[in-house]
Design a protein around this ligand. Structure first.
Ligand SMILES: CC(C)(COP(=O)(O)OP(=O)(O)OC[C@H]1O[C@@H](n2cnc3c(N)ncnc32)[C@H](O)[C@@H]1OP(=O)(O)O)[C@@H](O)C(=O)NCCC(=O)NCCS
Length: 184
């Protein structure tokens, strides 16, 4: 799916662009996600686990743009990729009322309103698709993410104890959240 490019103003007054990533952005996007994963333990992967090539990332961007069931939005500030989010609409009949969200933003750009702007767009996309339930998960301790999700009406449904194991051996829970767009 393609997102119609939109300009937003950040809390510090800077301008940012929300748009679907294009194939030419693939290398930058790959470097961005590696950097993001190195900045926080609240994403599922370590940076070194991103072993894919630029060509594979290009193919992924092409699939993202052409898939009828996935909307990806990337945020650019001064031409640099600083954030990315995705909503995946289930296509199987028994689960097509549900959609899953994922989001990440570079540390230097946290708390500037990018996450909120992206959630506005993801929610609008889910509404226009007729989705009943939006879903996501966050890792124990990620209070910023939890605050953002609760602000947008998500509620914790259950805890998955020891879902994450860090390199230092520490276990962390994951929390599964849902937001009901209409009574299901
Ligand atoms: C979590 C994340 C997506 C939020 O995006 P963001 O652009 O920073 O979000 P926003 O600026 O729109 O909003 C952040 C909100 O959290 C609040 N906040 C900041 N730090 C907080 C904290 N420690 N505890 C609670 N709330 C906090 C801010 O005040 C703001 O609330 P407001 O809109 O009511 O004023 C982003 O910080 C991020 O990518 N973090 C690293 C990766 C990650 O955790 N991804 C999510 C995986 S589930």
């Amino acid at each position: 799916m393609i997102f119609e490019t939109k300009q937003i103003i950040l809390k510090d007054g800077r301008t940012a662009i929300l748009k679907s990533p294009s194939v030419e952005d693939a290398e930058q996007l790959l470097n961005y996600i590696k950097k993001c994963c190195g900045e926080t333990d609240f994403l599922r992967r370590y940076p070194e686990e991103w072993k894919i090539t630029v060509e594979q990332e290009e193919a992924w961007v092409k699939r993202l743009r052409s898939s009828p069931d996935t909307l990806g939005i990337t945020c650019y500030v001064d031409g640099q990729t600083v954030g990315s989010c995705e909503i995946n609409f289930n296509s199987s009949m028994k689960t097509s009322h549900r959609a899953v969200i994922a989001i990440s933003i570079l540390k230097d750009y946290w708390n500037l309103g990018i996450g909120s702007a992206m959630f506005e767009e993801l929610t609008a996309a889910a509404q226009s698709r007729g989705t009943e339930i939006m879903e996501l998960e966050f890792i124990e301790g990620n209070e910023r993410a939890k605050h953002l999700y609760e602000k947008f009406g998500f509620r914790v449904i259950c805890e998955k104890p020891k879902a994450i194991k860090l390199k230092n051996g520490a276990y962390l829970s994951e929390f599964y959240m849902q937001k009901y767009l209409c009574e299901a």
